[in-house]
Ligand binder design. Structure first.
Ligand code: NAD
Length: 259
């Protein structure tokens, strides 16, 4: 049985992780951490603001509390000897450094998107782009009106994948267009962040050639897609030695278990 602490538990993702873990016989939700007041759905699971106060060696933390919570969780997990699954996006270099430092002491798995479909989308980009060399690539992502960071962490990872496949530099990103911008340079990756309504997460990679185009697209219909991935990642880090892990590590472990 994995003892789980959910950080950012009152939020959209935190609640979905809480409910997904409660329904999984392999997990016990030991505590929830969030500055917001305990919601009724949390029942009698211990609820507080201070992660360090509830954490013991061997626990696993799943964090969806935003960039500050990611860094705070990293420090608390490293001090307590607990593994960390971190899902927040929009991290600064300082937040990233806190996660890197923690990974020297405990297992830390980060993903800007925990859905299996997005992992497959990244693999598809790698497979398709060499055939379409020289075509124009644009990313269009859509999220709900309350999302804080733009473009999404997933869109930035997809862009990194595209840059790698096309040998482009960091300056290749073009965030939206306005005015007399002239012809599109072939080295650009257009990035368009659409915000509104309740979109959970929609990422389309458009690859445009002369007289034809290809669209690779992933749509998350509800947050359980992310929560299930985070729970599987928690089971992975519970057994992993200290280090920095990605969702690919979980996918490899799953494939190895099946073969
Ligand atoms: P949300 O605003 O609904 O929830 C965030 C929660 O964190 C709130 O309840 C807030 O009170 C709490 N919080 C704020 N500061 C905290 C702190 N220091 N310690 C503990 N809790 C704190 O947001 P959300 O939609 O659930 O998204 C949360 C984060 O997860 C965002 O960064 C988002 O981009 C990211 N996200 C990642 C994935 C993924 O698959 N990796 C999927 C969806 C969202």
């Amino acid at each position: 049985m994995i003892r789980l602490v959910v950080v950012g538990a009152a939020g959209r993702m935190g609640r979905t992780v809480f409910e997904t873990a409660q329904a999984d016989a392999g997990f016990e939700v030991k505590a929830c951490v969030d500055p917001a007041a305990r919601p009724a759905w949390a029942g009698d699971v211990p609820w507080g603001r201070d992660l360090a106060a509830v954490l013991s060696r061997g626990d696993v933390v799943i964090e969806f509390g935003g960039p500050e919570a990611a860094a705070q969780s990293a420090r608390a997990c490293a001090a307590a000897g607990a593994a960390l699954v971190s899902g927040s996006t929009g991290l600064s270099a300082e937040h990233e450094a806190a996660l890197r430092a923690a990974s020297e002491k405990v297992a830390v798995l980060r993903a800007s998107n925990f859905s299996l479909g997005v992992l497959a989308l990244r693999q598809a980009i790698r497979a398709v782009l060499p055939t379409l060399a020289g075509w124009d690539v644009e990313i269009v992502e859509r999220h709900h009106r309350l999302k804080k960071d733009s473009p999404s962490g997933t869109a930035l990872e997809l862009a990194a994948e595209i840059k790698g496949a096309q040998g482009l530099t960091a300056s290749s990103l073009r965030h939206g267009r306005e005015g007399s911008v002239g012809p599109r340079p072939g080295t650009e990756i257009g990035m368009h962040a659409v915000r509104g309504g309740t979109w959970v997460g929609d990422h389309a990679v458009l690859v445009a050639g002369d007289g034809e185009w290809v669209e690779l697209r992933h749509v998350a219909q509800d947050r359980t897609a992310f929560a299930k991935g985070a729970i599987e990642a928690a089971a992975f880090v519970a057994k992993a030695p200290p280090g920095s892990y990605h969702l690919e590590s979980v996918a490899h472990a799953r494939m190895a278990a099946r073969s």
